[in-house]
Ligand binder design. Structure first.
Ligand SMILES: [Zn+2]
Length: 149
């Protein structure tokens, strides 16, 4: 596990803009593999609270602890799901940190894998637009070209 010290977490330049699935978060500069991207922030809910909450931005950190990331200041909520992502989640002391899993070029969209539970609940019903799967999380051999309207 990586050691995470708050002071050393320098956030790279990030840009929010329209993507094929609504909004997305994009690299505003080159992000090196392994480096910190952003923290997923929001209201911390204990188990009792979260029973009464539902929504796309709930991030279950561990049993009895969920972060409600629906707040506008949570820029990380714009990161879309991908079946072949370029970022990953690193949970430390109840906080959710997002790191780059490979070098990311400027203007590239940032993605992470939302996990099976979320995928089945929210994405599968529609179609996964990541371009790396068959639209339902299944593997495809070639990358699907996404045709822009
Ligand atoms: Zn996909």
């Amino acid at each position: 596990m990586k050691k995470i010290r708050q002071k050393r977490l320098k956030k790279p330049l990030l840009v929010t803009r329209r993507s094929k699935s609504g909004f997305g978060l994009y690299a505003g500069e080159e992000i090196k593999k392994g480096s910190f991207v952003i923290e997923y922030v929001g209201k911390k809910l204990n188990f009792k609270d979260s029973e009464y909450h539902q929504g796309r931005y709930l991030f279950e950190v561990r049993k009895h602890l969920t972060i409600d990331g629906a707040t506008r200041k949570n820029t990380a909520r714009y990161i879309n799901h991908s079946c072949k992502p370029n970022c990953e989640i690193n949970i430390k002391q109840g906080r959710v940190f997002i790191f780059a899993t490979r070098n990311i070029a400027p203007k590239e969209e940032l993605t992470y894998d939302y996990g099976k539970e979320y995928f089945n609940e929210f994405i599968k019903k529609k179609t996964c637009l990541c371009g790396f799967c068959d639209g339902h999380g299944g593997k495809i051999k070639k990358r699907i070209a996404v045709i822009k309207p």
